[in-house]
Design a protein around this ligand. Sequence first.
Ligand code: AMP
Length: 176
Amino acid sequence: MILIMGIAGSGKGTQGKLLADKYGYHLLSTGDLVRKYATEKQRERMLSGDLLADDEIIAMVDECLRSLPDDKEVIFDGFPRTIPQAQWLLDQVKAGRIDLKKTFHLIASREAVKDRLKYRARDDDVDHAIEQRFEEYAKSTAPILNWLKDQNVDVVEIKAEQSVEKVHQDIISNLK
Ligand code: AMP
C-alpha cells in the first residue's frame, strides 16, 4: 500500500491515478467513495468542507479492501485524514492484512493550490469549503505526518508545486 497525503489541490488524485495506471495498482480514493455512496447528510458535510465521521469512512475503506484480491497493491488518496483513521490503518498493517510500502507527502502552499481548485470546479471547490478543508487539514490531518514518523513510518516529502510530470517522476524515483 502507498499513501499519498497533502492539502486539497496538492495533486493526490492526479498523482495517484498516474501511479495506478503505470503499475496496475488499485487507486482507493475516499473522496470518490464519498461522492459515490454518501447519504444526503454525508454529502452536506462534504459540500461544506467538513470531514465525515471516522467510523463511516473506515467502513467504506474496509469494504473496498475486502472486495480486492489480497495481493493487489493499493494507493490511498485522501485516507487517512485523522489520527484514528491512521491508527486503524496501521492496525491493519500490524495484523498482516496490508503492507505499507511508502508514504508520500505532497507539499504545496495554500496560495499555489487555490487556482488549481477553482479551475477544477468540483461542487466543493467554492471559497468557504476550500477554506474549511484547509482548516481541517491543518487541525486533523497534518498531525498524522509526525505521528507516522513517531511510529517509524518513512514519510517522503515531494515538492508538489512542480509540474505534474516532475512530481510523478519524483514519486517514481522514490519507489524504486
Ligand atoms: P477529497 O476528494 O479527498 O478531497 O475528499 C472530498 C471530501 O470527502 C472531503 O472534504 C471530506 O468531506 C470527505 N472525505 C474524503 N476522505 C475522507 C476521510 N478520509 N475522512 C473524512 N472525510 C473524508
